[in-house]
Design a protein around this ligand. Structure first.
Ligand code: MRU
Length: 339
């Protein structure tokens, strides 16, 4: 099963807040259901947020009672506003919404045909993501050699995408080619996507994985226990890669130790009309830092910062792997021009 699927007016996914302990299937029947699942991080990961937003608009269209095309467009625009208010940083969400709205506005058929068109377009977005991940995996696997130990952060796997994954897609492709590799997964405080989701995915595939806490990265690099870093991205702008908080620290450490730092992401993550100054970094609630589960771990009333993402300037990035190939820093300008 894919991480997200459309089944006759219902969207099916796995509740990521319950993993790795329970695989609970979530059935969503409305745009509000999807928006709620995104806000509560039952659905997360940039490419998956794009596919989920697309399917949310498909639900809205499919269940709409609108008889006029214009009425349905209005409903889709209102749903889009709700979805855009869920999480601000991953550009895939906005990209998917805008793609569907633009195409819907340009569609000339009646309301019923428009609804069918929106469902088909959402399915296309999901299919394209699945295909992009296979290509990213194949291109990225060229960079991976027998004996490599790959450090990854957060979860950029099948669970963060429609299937296969971006950073973990590269790992999977190399593994499927028979390369003997190992992965080091950072736990990824405070939401523990590395500990909960990356280890779950890799264990299921039989790929060797070792879990470390975020503050062990410097030590494992100093000891030469890591040969490559591969992470995903929530947004790639003109001057930087935006990804899970802690990515920048890892990139600086990688540069210091001459370890290649790769970013694997589909083109739906590229936002090359913007710079890092334009990006809203999501600030999440303090309880994620002050508590582990229901247990308070710090002094009552302490001030807390909880940015969910950070900014890694491109000078720290060895190459970006996307469905078009491997883009080294020098190719990046050319790529921007061709997008
Ligand atoms: O807060 P999350 O779990 O949605 O953050 C996810 C990440 O930062 C991933 O690394 C990124 O979305 C890439 S997923 C292919």
């Amino acid at each position: 099963m894919r991480t997200i699927e459309w089944r006759d007016g219902t969207v099916i996914t796995i509740d990521q807040t319950r993993l790795p302990h329970e695989a609970v299937i979530l059935e969503m029947k409305s745009c509000d259901d999807v928006a709620e699942a995104i806000k509560t991080m039952k659905i997360r990961g940039a490419p998956l947020l794009g596919a989920a937003a697309a399917f949310a608009l498909a639900l809205e269209a499919y269940h709409s009672k609108a008889e006029e095309r214009g009425e349905l467009i209005n409903e889709l625009e209102n749903a889009a506003e709700i979805l855009k208010g869920t999480r601000p940083t991953a550009v895939n969400l906005f990209w998917a919404i805008n793609r569907i709205l633009d195409k819907a506005r340009g569609f000339s058929g009646n309301a019923k045909d428009l609804a069918t068109f929106v469902v088909e377009e959402a399915q296309k977005i999901a299919d394209e993501d699945a295909a992009a991940n296979r290509l990213i995996g194949n291109y990225g696997a060229e960079l991976i050699h027998d004996g490599d130990v790959i450090l990854t952060h957060c979860n950029a796997g099948a669970l963060a995408t429609v299937e296969y994954g971006t950073a973990l897609g590269v790992v999977r492709a190399a593994w499927e080619q028979g390369k003997r590799i190992k992965v080091i997964a950072t736990e990824t405080r405070p939401k523990l996507q590395g500990a909960r989701l990356t280890t779950y995915e890799l264990k299921r595939d039989g790929i060797p994985v070792t879990l470390i806490t975020d503050n062990m990265v410097g030590y494992v690099m100093y000891r030469r226990l890591v040969s490559k870093v591969i992470v995903g991205a929530d947004r790639i702008v003109q001057d930087a890669v935006i990804n899970k908080i802690g990515t920048f620290t890892i990139a600086v450490l990688a540069k210091e130790h001459n370890i290649p730092f790769y970013v694997a992401a589909p083109k739906s993550t590229f936002n090359l009309t913007n710079t890092s100054a334009d990006v809203v970094i999501e600030e999440r609630k303090p309880e994620e830092v002050t508590h582990i589960g229901s247990q308070r771990i710090t002094t009552e009333g302490v001030d807390v910062l909880n940015p969910a993402f950070d900014i890694t300037p491109l000078e720290y990035v060895t190459a970006v792997i996307c469905e078009n190939g491997i883009l080294y820093k020098d190719d990046f300008g050319k790529f921007k021009a061709n997008l």
